[in-house]
Structures are given as C-alpha cells and as structure tokens.
Design a protein. Sequence first.
Length: 318
Amino acid sequence: MNTIFLQTTPRSALKEIRPQGAKTFPCEIYQTRTLEEKGILVKHHWHDEIEILHFSGGEFTVEINMEKFHVRGECLYFINPGELHSIYCDRSGKEKTCGEDAIVFHPGLLSFETCDSAQLNLIQPLQNEKILFPRFLTPEHPAFSPVLEAFTEIFQSFGVPLSEENPIENGAFTDDLTSQLYIKSSLLRILAVLSRYRLLVATDPNHNKKMEGIKKALTYIWENYDQKIYISDLASLLNINEQYFCRYFKKAIGRSPIEYLNEYRIKQAMRLLETTDQSVMDICLECGYNNLGNFFREFRKHTSTTPLKYRKSQNNGI
C-alpha cells in the first residue's frame, strides 16, 4: 500500500471525539505522508481544536467549509474549531514522500489566569469563536517566517523533526513540563505575530450556520448507518427539499449522500471483518444492508475484492 497515514486519531471519523494530548495539556502533533501522486490524504472531519498545517512540498487541494484551496508550494494553513475540512493530494514530490505536518491544540491552552488585555481582547474571543485564525500564509507574507519558526520550535519541543520523510508513526504528546512551557510560549508567539499583522478575522455567523447543517447530516449518517436512511430524513434535518439537499451535500463533500453512505457502511464492514469473527451475513445486516447481493456489489466496488477474501488477506497480513 502506497499511502502512509501516521496519526493516533483516525481522521476518517466525522468528528474527533478524543481530546488532543491530555486534559492538562491539550496539544499534539501529527505527520501524514503519501507516496501516491493523487488521492485522499485526510478525509472530511472536524474537531473542537485549532489545527495549524505546514505543507513543505507537493501539490494539494485543501477543502475547508465547502471552499477549495490549491496548495502549490510551501505554506501554512489554519483550521479553526468546528470547520469541516479535508486534504487531497494532487501530485507528490518526484523523489520523496510528501505530506503535511500538523499541530492540533485546544484554544483554552492559551489562556491566562489573569484577565489582562490579551486575555480579554484576543484569547477569550478566540475561545468563544468570535475571532478566527486566518485561512493561510505563504512565504511572501512577512508573518510567514516568524510563524513557521515558532511552528518548527514546537515540533522540536516534541522531539520530532519537521517535514521528515520517515516521520513518527503516531501522534506525539509530551508530559515534560519544560517542553510544555516551550510549546505554550511558541503557540502564544504565533498568536502574537498574527495579531501584529492584523490577520485574525471576525466570525461569519451565516457561513457557520450553513456548515452546521452539513455536519448535522454527516453525524446522522455516522450514528444511523445501520438503519434505513432516506434522502428525506437527511433533508428534513436542514429543513430543505431533497433536490436542493443533494446538490448542497455534493458541493460540500464531493459525493452524493448515497455514495457517502455506502462508502461509510463499507468502511464499517471492513473494520468488522478485520476485528471480529462475525459472519458475512451478520456484518451485512449490521452495516445497514438488507440484501446480501447489494452488499457484495458495494464491497467489491470499494475494495475490488469480496468480504471473505478481504478478511483472509487481513488475517494473513497481506
């Protein structure tokens, strides 16, 4: 398999429920690499934390809240809490793996106990999502270098090289007090640089409302994939008609609701085939398929094999 996913939290899940790092220090770093020229690097998901991404090479499409951004060189991207996002690899580097390095942290980590001006005017509004990080920075902007320097120092505090071709196999967390102080100070320095160049932006409540509808539909699929799901069920969640919902959903996710539902069901079936000894019929029913023939067709469509052959390949370590 050519694509290497190196994270502790499965990004195929719609919403990352597991807190990043620890309760006392909610911050982790991730590295995702690919050898493929094209394909999904990080699937659609969202979380309550802020995420800072560094792309060092290759070509990517970053989708954030239904908007596409094309990455064609080194840059930094910022994902704010609750933003639905994904990453597609358009073309990798010629002679090496490429991907992205990420810092994920809860905005509460930046808080001061003393309510000084920075706490009142920057950190609290950031926590309350009244202000947001900018969408991206490129090397031409004067803020890029100091932000990247602080970003690199955070990785060094975790003991992980930035943009390593053979990255860590899991997300990294540190419980070392000194390292945590360096990490927190670097995060605050990033915030200070963004504030200095007036790059923090006010929240757009109307756009957030639209994305909440999409996330509500995704969550419904995630929680009810084992049941019959009709387009009317999903459309009613957003109080819109079915035709408009289908167009709206495809624009946001890149696939129709039925395509997404089948893809999600097959992923759950693959997980059950890998981790249980349930019969294929039981897995078929548990994943929302009432017809074994339909289940086999969809499974082959997404995996190019049958459920039994897939289970055997996993058991044999192929």
